[in-house]
Design a protein around this ligand. Structure first.
Ligand code: AMP
Ligand code: ZN
Length: 462
C-alpha cells in the first residue's frame, strides 16, 4: 500500500519513496537535557514513535538516530545568551555533567512509560566534538564559514538559496538583536557554527580557534552525517525547529556537500494547555510525572494525543485526559471481550477493517481516522478472537499495550482522595513534611494506601 507524508520542504503531501528499498533512515532532534521534559515535548516524541511504528507496519527496517543536546544550545534559538546547560547547572548548583545525566535519565524514563521505542542510535553532542570540529573545518575550507573575534559563523550569502524550509522573509525581518550582538557578522542571518569560549566557561574544547564549543545546529549535521550519511530519508522535530535549527542544518549540509540532508522533513505541531501556551508563569507546565501523580497512566496521554493529527495543534485539558482514561479502559475491555468471544467472523470483514486502518495510518499518520476504525472493531457486537488479534496488530502502531492490565484505575479513586493527594504533593513541594504526613494519615483513614515510588505517587484502595 502506498505511504504518504506531508513534507515541510515541498509543502506537499508526497508518496514516500525511501532511498534504499528495505531500510528507512531517520534523524530526530532530541532533547536539550537541562530541565524536565514536558507533556508538550512528549507529544513530539509520540509523533516520532508513531512514524517509526507506521514504517514498521509497512515492512520497513528502521535506522533511527536521535541526539542528546548536552552542550551548545543557547538560551535563545539564535546565538544569544548563555548555554542552557550551564544556566541550569548554575541554578541547581550542579556540574553540567550531573545536569545532563539527571535529565537524560528522566527523559528516557518518560519514553519508557509512554511505550515509546528507543531509537537505534542515541548520540550525545559532547561525545562527538571531533566530528563537529571536522565539519566546521570543512565549512571554513570551502569558504562557507568565517572567523570573528567571538565565533565561527556560517555565511548564508554563499548559498544560492536561504531559507529553503521556512517562509522566513529575510528582507522583511528586521535584523534587530542579532546584528547588535555581533557586529562582525557579514549578514544578519549568519549563525554560529562554533563559539569561542570565555575564560571561565565550563564546557570547552581545544580547536584551531582556541578553547571553544560547538553551536547547536552543527551537532545534528555532524551526528546525522556520521550515522546516516550525507543524505537520508526523513528528518523530524517539533514545528518550532523549522525556521532556525533545521534551516541552518540544511545550510550547513549544502555548504559541506551541496545536498539537503533529508528528503522528507516532518514536523509535529504544538500541544496547547487550555487553548494557550504552556508557561511557568501560568503554572501550567505539566510533565508525565504530574499525570502519574494525578492517577493517570502515561499511556492515557498517548491515547489522548491520537485525538488530533500530528500537524494540528492539540489542546490539553484535564477533562480531555479524564475522557481518554475512560477510552483506554474501554479499549482494553473491548480487546478482552473479543479474546474471550466465540462468534464467527468472516475473513472479508477482518480484511476490510485492516485495509481501512492501514489506509488511515499511511495517509500521513492520520491517527484520528485510524482510531475510528479501532473503535468500530471494539464495538462490533460479534465477539471473536480474530478481532482481538486484529486489535493487537493495530496496537503495534498505537503502542498502548492493550493486552496488559492497567496498573491503576483512576475511576476507582474518588475526587476527594485525589484532592488530598494533590494537597499532599504541594506540601511535599514546600518541604512541609509534617503536613505531608498528616495528609497521608487522613488518606489512610479514608481507606486508601499511598506509596511514593520513582514513578510517582501510587494510590490504592486498601
Ligand atoms: P524545549 O525543551 O522547549 O527546548 O523543547 C524541546 C522540543 O520539544 C522543541 O524543539 C519542540 O519541538 C518540542 N516541544 C516543546 N514544547 C512543545 C509543545 N508544547 N508541544 C509540542 N512540542 C513541543
Ligand atoms: Zn537537531
Amino acid at each position: 500500500m502506498k505511504l504518504f507524508f506531508y513534507n515541510t520542504l515541498t509543502r506537499k503531501k508526497e508518496e514516500f519513496q525511501p532511498i534504499e528499498e528495505e531500510e528507512v533512515k531517520i534523524y530526530s532532534c532530541g532533547p536539550t537535557v537541562y530541565k524536565d521534559a514536558t507533556i508538550g515535548n512528549m507529544r513530539t516524541n509520540i509523533f516520532q514513535d508513531v512514524l517509526r511504528r507506521v514504517l514498521a507496519y509497512n515492512g520497513y527496517q528502521i535506522k533511527h538516530v536521535m541526539n542528546i543536546t548536552d552542550v551548545g544550545h543557547l538560551v535563545s534559538d539564535g546565538d544569544e545568551g548563555e548555554d542552557k546547560m550551564l544556566k541550569s547547572a548554575r541554578e541547581e548548583h550542579k556540574t553540567p555533567l550531573e545536569i545532563a545525566n539527571h535529565y537524560t535519565q528522566l527523559f528516557f524514563e518518560d519514553l519508557t512509560s509512554l511505550n515509546i521505542q528507543t531509537p537505534e542510535v542515541v548520540c550525545k553532542a559532547t561525545e562527538h566534538i571531533k566530528e563537529m570540529l571536522a565539519y566546521v573545518e570543512e565549512l571554513v575550507e570551502k569558504g562557507y564559514a568565517y572567523e570573528t573575534s567571538t565565533a565561527i559563523y556560517f555565511d548564508i550569502s554563499k548559498l544560492e538559496q536561504y531559507p529553503v524550509l521556512s517562509n522566513l522573509n529575510l528582507e522583511e525581518q528586521k535584523a534587530g538583536a542579532r546584528i547588535e550582538v555581533d557586529p562582525e557578522k557579514r549578514n544578519p542571518y549568519d549563525f554560529a557554527v562554533w563559539i569561542k569560549a570565555p575564560e571561565n566557561h565550563l564546557m570547552k574544547w581545544d580547536s584551531p580557534w582556541g578553547p571553544s564549543y560547538p553551536g547547536w545546529h552543527i551537532e545534528c549535521s555532524a551526528m546525522g552525517r556520521k550515522y546516516l550519511g550525507e543524505q537520508f530519508d526523513i528528518h523530524t522535530g517539533g514545528i518550532d525547529l523549522v525556521p532556525t535549527h533545521h534551516e541552518n542544518e540544511i545550510a550547513q549540509s549544502k555548504g559541506v556537500c551541496g545536498k539537503i540532508p533529508a528528503n522528507y522533513w516532518m514536523h509535529g505541531e504544538y500541544l496547547l494547555i487550555n487553548g494557550g501556551k504552556m508557561s511557568k508563569s501560568l503554572g501550567n507546565v505539566y510533565r508525565i510525572q504530574d499525570l502519574i501523580e494525578k492517577g493517570y497512566h502515561p499511556l492515557v496521554y498517548k491515547l489522548f494525543s491520537y485525538s488530533c493529527h500530528y500537524k494540528n495543534k492539540l489542546n490539553f485539558t484535564w477533562e480531555g485526559i479524564q475522557a481518554a482514561a475512560k477510552s483506554l479502559e474501554r479499549l482494553k475491555n473491548g480487546y478482552q471481550a473479543h479474546l474471550e468471544g466465540k462468534d464467527e467472523i468472516a475473513d472479508t470483514m477482518v480484511n476490510e477493517y485492516e485495509e481501512r486502518f492501514h489506509q488511515a495510518i499511511n495517509d500521513d499518520l492520520n491517527m484520528p481516522l485510524a482510531m475510528g476504525v479501532v473503535w468500530e472493531v471494539v464495538r462490533n457486537e460479534k465477539k471473536s478472537p480474530m478481532l482481538a488479534k486484529l486489535l493487537l496488530k493495530f496496537d503495534s502502531v498505537l503502542g498502548l499495550e492493550i493486552e496488559k492490565e492497567t496498573k491503576q484505575d483512576k475511576e476507582e479513586i474518588p475526587q476527594e482522595i485525589l484532592d488530598l493527594v494533590e494537597e499532599r504533593k504541594q506540601a511535599r513541594k514546600n518541604k512541609d513534611w509534617a503536613k505531608s504526613d498528616e495528609l497521608r494519615d487522613v488518606i489512610q483513614q479514608k481507606g486508601y494506601d499511598i506509596k511514593d515510588t520513582k514513578e510517582g505517587t501510587e494510590i490504592k484502595k486498601k
